[in-house]
Design a binder for this molecule. Structure first.
Ligand code: ADP
Ligand code: MG
Ligand code: MG
Length: 983
């Protein structure tokens, strides 16, 4: 018989932490904590398989479920000595959802289930506290009414407020038992009025109603949106946890709280959390009352006047501290815990790996390695590459003038400026228009997720460090200031005010999520510091990764940034960006508008010194690292003069009349420029352009050599090649220039010639293209456009719909379409390498900085990825994680035993630049081990049928499987990992 229900409690459990797929995260960890002997109220978990079965079978439960739930409930009754529905000692339970991946706030919990008019009396008599009993009862009706019966909780809040007014009190806690009893009656009337039937009094009906609501909530809009944003598959399902209630609301020796075992903002190893005395469930995170700090240190740091738990409940606090240590040692990761204290006794209600900022993730990982809890590879695996983005982004310029409006809590670090909006929908609309927005709310709820996602930063006036806004913002990497209580928001008037200042929607606001400060206007920012833990983690990543990381850069600033971030070369320098400079564009236009060769040459002569200077700067900055220069690529069309004034300027410069200029411009206009006269096609008709560029490159290389004594070997890259004949022509063109420069200068001009692979035809003809090209660089932006027949500039209008309707799994311009575009890349890789085994392969499309695409590139055996400078660290980490996906492979790599053809020159340069680990990677790399990696890792790369590869003997030798055990003795040093040892 299938097992649908797993029990826990009383020091043991049927489940374990590693069963999260079946039990959900919450259920699996409740089981694990029970097994660890921690005080967990007993309960059971209904598995995620019940959820999937439920949806597969027209919302029907498996037939055995009833009996299994009854048996599990009985077990709780035995442990607690209470009975479900019993009028004397009633068992109350909570019904809690829990998916595999934590989905904060997405699913609703029902507490105090099992109360009705009879059991409430039993509870009152037993505890001697009718007030508590009726307070629990009214909370139950409210939660159940909202979550299960679908009556919005605002209605209940309204009734509550009305009652308070009638009773002449301001706080909930001032209501007497009799007041609460009347409130219960009013709540029940509301249910009857709205639904035309009574609130369910039978406890089993209550239980199944709540279970059904949890499963039902898996398909509600909030959950669907969250899943879409976080890539959680629908068929994972959620589990349901039913657990005996414990009460934090029985008096002043009771409390409820949440904590992180380390500071989730900074990662500092301090216990960090909040609690509320005499409260239940979500009171702490709902921002209803101001929570108190757990530790005295926390209280002081936050300048709170309320006493810490360390002071009010020192004994219980000590127990909690011990549990903190136990959980961290056991899970070897920072935990996010929920607990309740009932009459001085501590109960654990939840633990999970805590969400954290990138800075905290780094610090925690590095410190855990230092403390021996985890190893370096685990640390590398733990940091989500995308999250590094948070660290690479600017913070407020400390010297910039600022106009501080208010201060709230530093809920999620980073600085952001933008236009003030007061609703999530507005945030989404404005952000879609490309505007930076700051979402300002009293507090946020799951309905606001889309707006939080669209916003650059989030400000709330209510709620603590564990409020919805804070938790979600940290997860999304958005700066957030929460609980800025001085600010008043008027949603109607769309204004926010502090003291006598008023800011309207549409005005600029700046947040500093690291300090909690809020500023009027826009405050300038500065670049982040990249030393310390960050640098250390990056050196670990570099040890594991097998694929090089280069950058796309053309300006000196980009090149310097790239180098600072650890780029090992420039994979794409787009020369056209240099042409758009206002001082140059006129000369460029003259060149284009010239009707004949002499006219063009005259204009090009003006450009030559400027281009040469560009390359001199790049070569100097990169200090001998490879620099790949792509010759002019965009359609001429883009350079055409449009405005009358521009035409006039050209007419004057060239001494032509305006009508002639206008006519020439009209002739050059294209219907479909992206597929028109661009790339190497330009040089087929106007070879002078590429000749000038080649000359500029070679002369620059010579100049830098003379100046620094460092030989520069530029990589000249031809765009938009479709086949061999075209490239052959370009090769001759470039070589002729090289020859001429050699003759003129007597200098030694060395270079490499390669090509972009960005058209499907080039992928198919890669075998013959590689006869000429010494390197390929996949231009996956164009390759995606041309493979899909889809213009990237226009796709934005409808690709969303494709994702929603699941026609495509994700935007192919963000993450490589592995089975289509990726297949072409594999074909090109295999065909290219079979012609030229030492062919160097890279990617320079924007995909080069996307972690999933980096992984794909590593798997198909590219030598390097090239991405924008800011994404270099992300790519380094993603590449390391790709290599670590297959453990035994990673082990071989760590020992430097996997091999790939060496590129001695590049290695020498890296060593000279102090980049030993990168250099050893070149000699210890594994171009030809990597296809096996793809096979073993079971990646979704469909097989490509190509002619069997001709393997040269030299290559076979390289492919030989690694020998076991590190080699010692005199011969050992020869073949591997040179350079790392000698310091
Ligand atoms: P979420 O997934 O939103 O965190 P939980 O299932 O953890 O929801 O429930 C929210 C809160 O309800 C918990 O943090 C805890 O304070 C309270 N709670 C849940 N189950 C119990 C219980 N058995 N006894 C007491 N409080 C409970
Ligand atoms: Mg919740
Ligand atoms: Mg919880």
């Amino acid at each position: 018989m299938a097992k649908w229900v797993y029990s826990f409690g009383n020091g043991k459990a049927e489940g374990r932490a590693d069963m999260r797929n079946l039990l959900g995260g919450k259920g699996a960890n409740l089981a694990e904590m029970s097994n660890l002997g921690l005080p967990v109220p007993p309960g059971f978990t209904i598995t995620t398989e019940v959820c999937t079965t439920f949806y597969e079978n027209d919302r029907k439960y498996p037939s055995e479920l009833d009996d299994q739930v009854a048996a599990a409930l009985k077990r709780i009754e035995e442990i607690t000595g209470r009975k479900f529905g019993d009028p004397k000692t009633p068992l109350l339970v909570s019904v809690r959802s829990g998916a595999r991946a934590s989905m904060p706030g997405m699913m609703d919990t029902v507490l105090n289930l099992g109360l009705n008019d009879r059991t409430v009396e039993g509870l009152a008599a037993e505890t001697g506290d009718p007030r508590f009993a009726y307070d629990s009862y009214r909370r139950f009706i409210q939660m159940y009414g909202d979550v299960v019966l679908g009556i919005d909780h605002h209605h209940f809040e309204d009734i509550l407020e009305q009652h308070k007014t009638e009773c002449g009190v301001t706080l909930d806690t001032e209501l007497t038992a009799a007041n609460l009893k009347a409130l219960v009656a009013a709540y029940k009337k509301k249910v009857r009025d709205d639904l035309g039937r009574d609130f369910p009094t039978e406890v089993n009906e209550q239980l199944w109603g709540a279970v059904g609501a949890v499963f039902g909530s898996w398909m509600n809009q909030r959950a669907i949106t969250y899943r879409r944003l976080h890539g959680i598959p629908e068929d994972w399902g959620t589990a349901v946890n039913v657990q005996a209630m414990v009460f934090g609301n029985m008096g002043d020796d009771c409390a409820t709280g949440v904590a992180f075992t380390r500071d989730p903002s900074t990662g500092e190893n301090v216990f960090y959390g909040e609690y509320l005395v005499n409260a239940q469930g979500e009171d702490v995170v709902a921002g209803i009352r101001t929570p108190q700090h757990l530790t005295i240190k926390g209280k002081q740091a936050n300048k709170s006047k309320l006493p810490a738990m360390e002071e009010t409940m020192p004994e219980t606090f000590k127990q909690l501290l011990a549990i903190r240590d136990k959980l961290e040692a056991h899970y070897r990761d920072m935990q996010d815990i929920e607990f309740t204290v009932q009459r001085g006794k501590l109960y654990m209600l939840q633990t999970r790996n805590g969400k954290r900022t990138a800075a905290a993730a780094l610090k925690i990982a590095v410190e855990m390695v230092r403390d021996g809890l985890i190893d370096e590879s685990e640390a590398v695996r733990r940091i989500e590459p995308q999250a590094l983005d948070q660290l690479l982004h600017p913070t407020l310029d400390p010297k910039a003038p600022r106009d501080r409006l208010a201060r709230g809590l530093p809920a999620s670090p980073g600085a952001a400026s933008g236009t003030v909006v007061f609703s999530a929908d507005e945030a989404e609309v404005l952000a879609a228009k490309g505007e930076a927005v700051i979402l300002v709310r009293v507090e946020t709820s799951p309905e606001d997720i889309h707006g939080m996602h669209a916003a650059r930063g989030i400000l709330t006036t209510r709620g603590g460090m564990t409020s919805h806004a804070a938790v979600v913002a940290r997860g999304m990497g958005r700066p957030c200031v929460s609980g800025a209580g001085e600010i008043r928001i008027d949603y109607q008037a769309k204004t926010m005010s502090v003291r006598n200042r008023v800011l309207k929607a549409g005005e600029q606001l700046t947040l500093d999520g690291s300090t909690g400060e809020v500023f009027a206007g826009e405050v300038p920012t500065v670049q982040p510091e990249l030393s310390g833990d960050f640098a250390l983690l990056m050196t670990w990543a570099d040890k594991f990764r097998q694929i090089g990381v280069w950058a796309n850069a053309e300006t000196p600033l980009d090149a310097r940034t790239a180098k600072r971030f650890g780029a090992e070369g420039i994979g794409l320098s787009r020369t056209e960006h240099m042409f758009f400079d206002p001082q140059r564009i006129t000369a460029v236009r003259e060149m284009i508008m010239a009707e004949d060769v002499p006219g063009r040459e005259k204009a090009l002569a003006k450009l030559l010194p400027m281009q040469r200077q560009d390359f001199i700067e790049l070569f100097s900055i990169m200090e001998g690292l490879p620099v790949t220069i792509r010759l002019l690529d965009p359609p001429l069309h883009e350079f055409l003069p449009h405005a009358e004034a521009e035409m006039q300027q050209i007419a004057t410069e060239t001494g032509k009349d305006l009508a002639a200029v206008r006519a020439r411009a009209a002739r050059l206009r294209e219907v479909n420029p992206m597929l028109g006269h661009r790339g190497c096609r330009l040089a087929v008709t106007y070879p002078e352009i590429y000749e000038m560029q080649a000359r500029a490159i070679f002369e620059a290389a010579i100049a830098v050599h003379k100046e620094t004594g460092r030989q520069v070997v530029p990589e000249v890259m031809i765009p938009l090649i479709t086949g061999r004949a075209e490239l052959k022509l370009m090769q001759k063109l470039v070589e002729d220039v090289a020859k001429a420069v050699r003759e003129e200068t007597g200098a030694d001009v060395e270079y490499r010639l390669g090509t972009m692979i960005e058209l499907p035809r080039a992928c198919l003809r890669a075998g013959e293209i590689a006869e000429i090209a010494e390197f390929f660089s996949f231009g996956t932006n164009d390759l995606t456009q041309t493979t899909y027949g889809l213009s990237r500039d226009d796709a934005g209008n409808f690709l969303d719909e494709y994702e929603k309707k699941k026609i495509i799994p994700r935007d192919p311009f963000v993450s490589i379409d592995e089975v289509g575009v990726g297949e072409l890349m594999k074909i090109a890789t295999e065909r290219g390498r079979s012609t030229r085994p030492e062919l160097k392969l890279g990617i320079c499309g924007e995909h080069g900085g996307d972690p999933a695409s980096v992984r794909f590139c590593a798997m198909i055996g590219l030598d390097y990825v090239s991405c924008s400078p800011y994404r270099v660290p992300i790519a380094r980490l993603a590449a390391a994680q790709a290599a670590l996906q297959v453990p035994e492979y990673a082990a071989a790599v760590t020992k430097g035993r996997a091999k790939r053809p060496s590129d001695d020159r590049h290695k020498r340069v890296l060593i000279a630049a102090g980049r030993r680990s990168a250099a050893s990677r070149i000699s210890g790399g594994v171009a030809h081990g990597r296809p096996q990696l793809a096979a073993r890792s079971g990646m979704a790369v469909s097989p490509v049928t190509v002619a069997p590869k001709k393997v040269s003997t030299a290559k076979k030798a390289r492919r030989a499987p690694p020998k076991t055990g590190p080699k010692k003795g005199p011969k050992g040093g020869g073949g591997k990992s040179r350079g790392r040892r000698k310091k």
